[in-house]
Design a protein around this ligand. Sequence first.
Ligand code: IPE
Ligand code: IPE
Ligand code: MG
Length: 224
Amino acid sequence: MNPLNHVAIIMDGNGRWGLKYKKSRNAGHKAGLISVEKIIKESIKRNIKFLTLYAFSTENWKRPKKEINYLFNLLENFLAKKLNKLNNQNIKLNILGTKNFSKKLNFLLKTAEKKTLNNTGLQINLALNYGSKTEIIDAFKKINKNKKKITEKNLITYLHTKDMPDPELLIRTGNTKRLSNFLLWQLAYAEIFFVKKLWPDFNEADYLKVIKEFQSIKRNFGNI
Ligand code: IPE
Ligand code: IPE
Ligand code: MG
C-alpha cells in the first residue's frame, strides 16, 4: 500500500454548482464549505498528515469584485466561527500564498496560524492568493539574495511548502483537467485524479474511492 501523508485538492466547480441549483455562483461557494468540513474530518480519520486546499489563486483576482468579496467574507466568517473547533481537533492551520488581504482578514489568518502553531494533528494548508510560478520565482530570488547554490535541496527551503513532504495525491473536482498554477514543483510525482463531480457534491465516499485507487497504483519514480 502506498503511504499517503499529503493530499492536495483543487476544489473546483462551486460556481457551476451554485448556478445549477441556486441560480447564484456565490451559493455554490457557500455549499463548498460543507465539503471542506467533510474532507477535513475524513482526512483526520485516515491519519493524513497534510491537507492542502486551493481556495484562491493569484489569477482569481480577475473575477468580479462582488464574487471576490463574497469569498473573503465567507472565509472570515468561517474562521471566526470554526477556529476554536479546528484548534480543539488539534489541527494546525497554515497559509500558502501571500497575505495581502484586508487588515481584518490578514489579522484573522495570522491569529489562526499562531493559535494552532503547536498543534500536532492534521496540518491544513490553505492556498490563498497562491500562485506556483510566483512561488518558484520568489524562491530563486531568495537563493540569489542569500548567495546559495542553485540546488533542489536549497530551492525547496524557500518554497511555501518548506518543512513538509510533497503531496503524493492531487484531486481536482469539477470535471476540468488542468493544474491552474497549483504546486507545479511539488506535484512533480503526484498521482493525479480528476473527478467529474463539482466540489459541493464531493463527499467522504468519493474521497475514499480516490484514496483506495491511489493505494493500488504502482508508483515508479522512474524505476521499473
Ligand atoms: C472553485 O470554484 C472555487 C474558487 C476558485 C474560489 P469555481 O468558482 O472556480 O467554480 P466554477 O469552476 O466556476 O464552477
Ligand atoms: C483553480 O480553479 C483555483 C481554485 C480552485 C481556488 P479555477 O476555477 O480558478 O481555475 P481555472 O481558472 O478554471 O483554471
Ligand atoms: Mg473553476
